[in-house]
Design a binder for this molecule. Structure first.
Ligand SMILES: Cc1cc2nc3c(=O)[nH]c(=O)nc-3n(C[C@H](O)[C@H](O)[C@H](O)COP(=O)(O)O)c2cc1C
Length: 166
């Protein structure tokens, strides 16, 4: 992977999140790691830093790693890996190593103490700056998305590095 300036990022983020999907990987060398597929989120500027906003429900195994580590990556893989992305989005790491099951290769970055799938087209290496549980939701959102009270935690993640496949 090549480290590239964020100034060169020119993707349509609506399409990337909604159709391509991302795999986030949370955790580090000490606590271990797990990944899952996401399509809700966003990118922007917060506290003068480039950030991604990621939303993870409390029931996700990945949530446990975010409780213990601030290392998180967001990786976009081509649709050649759609099956792998579906596995990461439908099975839980509690039942076994999804990287092995989906035939993806976790790469460890020592300078950052976190992981991402080697097969990615591009990756954001990030650190969680802040998290909060979504609350005070209007009743229509509550009824549509949170009937079982499985709330999302929002993570504001600083983008530390942008890597692109060579
Ligand atoms: C296309 C797609 C998008 C998803 N987006 C999210 C998301 O933004 N937030 C979330 O909490 N779960 C999302 N999920 C569900 C998780 O990926 C799924 O529950 C996963 O199995 C959790 O894995 P884990 O228990 O190993 O963390 C999405 C699933 C798919 C297929």
């Amino acid at each position: 992977m090549l480290k590239v300036s964020l100034d060169n990022f020119n993707k349509n983020v609506f399409n990337e999140l909604n159709n391509t999907w991302a795999i986030i990987t949370a955790g580090d060398k000490t606590v271990g790691y797990n990944g899952m597929t996401i399509s809700w989120g966003g990118f922007g500027i917060m506290w003068n830093k480039p950030v991604a906003y990621v939303f993870v429900r409390k029931s996700r195994y990945t949530h446990e790693f975010l409780d213990k580590s601030n290392s998180i990556t967001m990786a976009f893989l081509s649709d050649e890996y759609k099956k792998a992305k579906s596995i990461f989005g439908s099975e839980s790491g509690r039942a076994g190593d999804k990287f092995a099951k989906a035939n993806l290769t976790p790469v460890f970055e020592p300078d950052f103490n976190g992981y991402y799938p080697k097969e990615a087209e591009y990756v954001f290496k990030m650190k969680v700056l802040y998290n909060t549980d979504l609350e005070n939701l209007p009743s229509d959102l509550k009824n549509n998305f949170y009937k079982d009270n499985d709330l999302h935690t929002m993570y504001v993640c600083e983008i530390k590095e942008y890597l692109v496949k060579e």
